[in-house]
Design a protein around this ligand. Sequence first.
Ligand code: TYM
Length: 348
Amino acid sequence: MTAFPQRVFSGVQPTGNLHLGNYLGAITRFVALQDSHDCIYCVVDMHAITQAVSVWGGPDELKKSTREVTAAFIAAGIDPDKHIVFNQSQVAEHAELAWVFNCVARMGWLNRMTQFKEKAGKHRENASVGLFAYPTLMAADILVYRATHVPVGEDQKQHLELSRDIAQKFNGDFADSIRAVTGGEEFFPLPEPLIQGPATRVMSLRDGTKKMSKSDPSDNSRINLTDDADTIAQKIRKAKTDPEPLPGEEEGLKERPEADNLVGIYSALADKPKADVLAEFGGAQFSTFKTALADLSVARLSPIAAEMRRLTADPGYIDTVLVRGADQAREIARPVMNSVKDIVGFLR
Ligand code: TYM
């Protein structure tokens, strides 16, 4: 087995508002990995346009959202001076490698992707080809840097498995050529998903069986990173619950999806295990717990929202960060793509 140096890659789409699920499931994990790894964090604008223009809002909205996600990264604690932060479309190697991967991945593999089925819905024939090929671009995002670790929320697990399948098939299909070009056995690492923490799947505040999502028509179903303190408190007060008081132990959260979700959110925001949260609030009514959760949410999220506002007021600064990040990313991606060309047999 070839040993690959550890490198972290992950991406977030600039489509509409970032919510608490994106923050707890992904962005806080990105922040945590900075001390131990070289990290590349990408605003995946090419993925954003896989859906209808009405969904991502058109060119002005895309620019605004791209800057907003970048601001959220920085406001949450990602350091663009120590790690790479950029937007995907500035590094053409993503699209180049995605094409090769379109020829490695099989229709049958992509046909199994549950996110495509969810997003395409009943109108499959009307979905863009880009939406169908979304996971091959995602594999290219990761593998063009030969990244080994990918922090994501639970919903991305299947896409990560597909990335591994693509890497493995490429390594197998081109084994002789890889040996001839690089002298090594495998060209791509099999990237490992990092799905960690108490909030890998934050659920809707209106329905504990549905994922918190940007596309939910009800804004009350999610807490947006840009919500003000009153809105956050109101959404938590209105969150669906059941009539029982909170249990004293995790076992008691089974079959109580809404209670489980709110305790999970508290646990992630307070950075302590669910068991500790239940030790504190076991036996309490939801009204008490919701007040504490609203206070904690506001305390954690308000400074981020304020910093995002400050940063987005200076789009010039954000654009400079993205251009510089893209330059650094390209430095890594270009030699990898050149080797891929040599391995596949593209003259250059
Ligand atoms: P996106 O923008 O939909 O989501 C960004 C991240 O947020 C996580 N997430 C959640 N985590 C917990 N609970 C939720 N309710 C919740 N909703 C979203 C997602 O799992 C994700 O980690 N396809 C990716 C973007 C991408 C990517 C990549 C990721 C493109 N290329 C390469 C990793 C590596 C996505 O879904 O983004």
